[in-house]
Design a protein around this ligand. Structure first.
Ligand SMILES: [Cu+2]
Length: 155
């Protein structure tokens, strides 16, 4: 009887933790702006993801855009590992990176993020509606630390 109760409590706690984790991930706000409209004109910005020895990087690592501008990010993974491009504030990306360390299976399918396997290309259309400094980063564990981040200044 005692054992049964403990099992039930464990299951309930586990379920609650999983629900909380899912909610935390889905409740993302897009501080960097909003998903773009692919039918509207957009300035194309090419971003390459690759490794260089022990380093991992984005090229370019700095982009300037104007408030209200829509950008079509054309992402190319020229590396030999999977990489991702996650657009958010620095704080949001740090929190998200911590979350991903605990949930390594997690893959992004959000409008502000794209994961690419080696030698593939992808796109994100994004409208920058707020001034400020935002970040694009690869949140795969170890990649940010290896240098995989860049900044976007919205003026
Ligand atoms: Cu990466």
């Amino acid at each position: 009887m005692m054992k049964l109760n403990l099992t039930a409590v464990t299951v309930v706690l586990g379920l609650a933790a999983a629900m909380f984790a899912a909610a935390a991930h889905e409740d993302e706000k897009f501080s960097a702006g909003e998903p773009g409209d692919p039918k509207q004109p957009a300035r194309v910005v090419k971003v390459i993801m690759r490794e260089d020895g022990k380093k991992m990087l984005f090229e370019p690592a700095h982009i300037t855009v104007h408030k209200g501008e829509q950008i079509r990010f054309v992402l190319n993974n020229d590396g030999t590992e999977s990489h991702e491009f996650v657009l958010a504030t620095v704080t949001e990306n740090r929190k998200h990176a911590q979350f991903m360390k605990k949930h390594q299976h997690m893959e992004h399918d959000d409008p502000n993020a794209k994961r690419l396997t080696p030698f593939t290309e992808g796109e994100i259309v994004w409208k920058f509606t707020r001034r400020g400094t935002f970040e694009y980063a690869c949140l795969i564990p170890g990649h940010h630390e290896a240098g995989m981040h860049g900044t976007i200044d919205v003026k």
